[in-house]
Design a protein around this ligand. Structure first.
Ligand SMILES: [Zn+2]
Length: 464
């Protein structure tokens, strides 16, 4: 992490040491009454026992789903390059720019109109792949809850958002490129970061509600423990929301979204209904970790650097390619929107090559949130059980190399092992927390059977 946080951590260590010495004598008495940790609890054995509960067909399906995703990343990248090359090679990109220029005189609007044509055309061409990847495949692996009509409805909304927000972003970025011909890579990255900040800011308020219904967490049986957890971590109770993800998917999930005043934690209704309170507390503790550790801001800063380097490489590559191909592809220069497909080929190649680096950045951040969540919730077994449910769509026991290359979260084994290591040091506390959560489940009428019934209730109706 950053130097600043390391300095804070070091200062924190000294403070804790000081307090430790001060309170040492007081704590001694308390420790004597605490039962000694049984040496028989082995985190590795406990982890293996958890992983063994997902075996046979279930494990094979999860592995096949996730491993298929490795190849999809490659095909999506290659297909994108191919479509962009066709747009350039056939001169279609140049004709789309000419049309935009004939329709209006104002440059930013020309760019916007080019983007509208570009996005509509590529969306239609790539639609079969989108349907396979987002609809057919999700149903084949039993992850989707949505019939085709509503799914296409969501796709149309996504397209509308892409046309408007994408168009504004592309117009703004081309404005920077045209005005600052030498230094646009740097200022373009600054502009990109401002655009990302704005989109993250408005996303929870204006975009997410287009697809799902968001309500404040009020379910009294769950809210008391979640809001207590939030208060203990210095989070405003008004920042916890529930959304109806079961409209689209069976996946258990939660997230932190927004920026500054719109920042919030959201849990989905699958999590709320399919998981025990111990699992919910562990997952919400994880999300609170993202919130408290300012992961959104750190990620934006990291991306700003990544994009600045990416833009510099695009600038370099664009000049070299257009020196030879510019005339044939009817590209007048880097500020000409007809060159957008070339810029996107270069940029997507950069991001594709960088995949393991980006994954490693987020995987490290996710491990931090895991550790924060286990410490906040004190529910290591809840964490392990939730990790097994996440294993429905994420391979549970990958090889170390696989994890580095493809995993944007730690693999199931590492997440469970981290929780079991915590448990080994807090056996008494973990047991007491689990008992309290089980009591909460009785109060809200939750049981493994009610969880299964919820899953069946939200399966897509046959024949629609
Ligand atoms: Zn996370």
């Amino acid at each position: 992490m950053t130097d600043v946080s390391r300095t804070h951590a070091r200062r924190g260590v000294f403070m804790v040491l000081g307090f430790g010495l001060l309170l040492g004598s007081l704590r001694l008495a308390a420790q004597e009454t605490r039962p000694p940790s049984p040496a028989s609890f082995d985190p590795v054995v406990a982890t293996n026992a958890y992983l063994a509960t997902v075996a046979g067909e279930d494990r094979a399906r999860s592995n096949a789903y996730f491993e298929g995703g490795y190849w999809l990343q490659l095909w999506d990248f290659l297909l994108g390059v191919l479509v962009n090359l066709v747009l350039l090679g056939t001169g279609l990109s140049g004709r789309m720019r000419n049309l935009a220029e004939r329709l209006v005189r104002f440059r930013p609007i020309q760019t916007f109109l080019y983007w509208v044509q570009y996005l509509l055309l590529t969306t239609v061409v790539l639609l079969p792949m989108t349907i396979y990847e987002g609809f057919l495949r999700e149903h084949r692996y039993g992850l989707a809850n949505q019939t085709f009509g509503p799914w296409m409805g969501d796709q149309a909304k996504e397209l509308a958002v892409g046309l408007i927000l994408g168009g504004l972003a592309v117009s703004a970025l081309y404005g920077v490129v045209r005005r600052l011909v030498r230094t646009w890579a740097l200022w373009g990255a600054v502009a990109a970061m401002i655009l990302m900040m704005l989109s993250v800011l408005i996303a929870p308020v204006y975009i997410a509600p287009l697809f799902n219904k968001y309500t404040r967490l009020v379910d009294p049986a769950v809210s008391s423990s979640i809001l207590s957890l939030a208060r203990a971590e210095g989070i405003n109770a008004r920042d916890v929301w529930v959304f109806d993800a079961s409209r689209q998917t069976k996946r258990v999930s939660a997230n932190v979204s927004g920026f500054a005043t719109t920042m919030r934690i959201s849990l989905n209704d699958n999590l709320l209904n399919r998981c025990s309170l111990a699992e919910i507390e562990a997952v919400m503790g994880h999300e609170m970790g993202h919130f408290v550790l300012n992961h959104v801001y750190k990620l934006l800063l990291f991306l700003a650097v990544v994009i600045a380097i990416g833009f510099a490489l695009v600038k370099w590559g664009f000049e070299r390619v257009t020196a030879r191909k510019g005339a044939a592809w009817d590209i007048r220069g880097v500020g000409d929107t007809a060159g957008l497909p070339l810029a996107l080929i270069l940029l997507s190649t950069y991001f594709f090559v960088l995949t393991p680096v980006l994954n490693t950045y987020t995987r490290v951040v996710e491990a931090e949130a895991d550790l924060f969540g286990i410490n906040a919730s004190g529910q290591p077994d809840g964490e392990a059980l939730a990790d097994l449910k996440l294993g429905e769509y994420r391979k549970l026991d990958p090889s170390p190399l696989e994890e580095v290359l493809f995993f944007d979260h730690p693999g199931g084994r590492n997440r469970i092992l981290m929780a079991m290591k915590w448990k080994a040091e807090h056996l008494v506390e973990a047991e007491a927390n689990a008992r309290r959560a089980a009591e909460g489940d009785r109060q809200r009428g939750w049981s493994p059977e009610s969880a299964q019934a919820w899953g069946r209730e939200h399966e897509p109706a046959r024949g629609k």
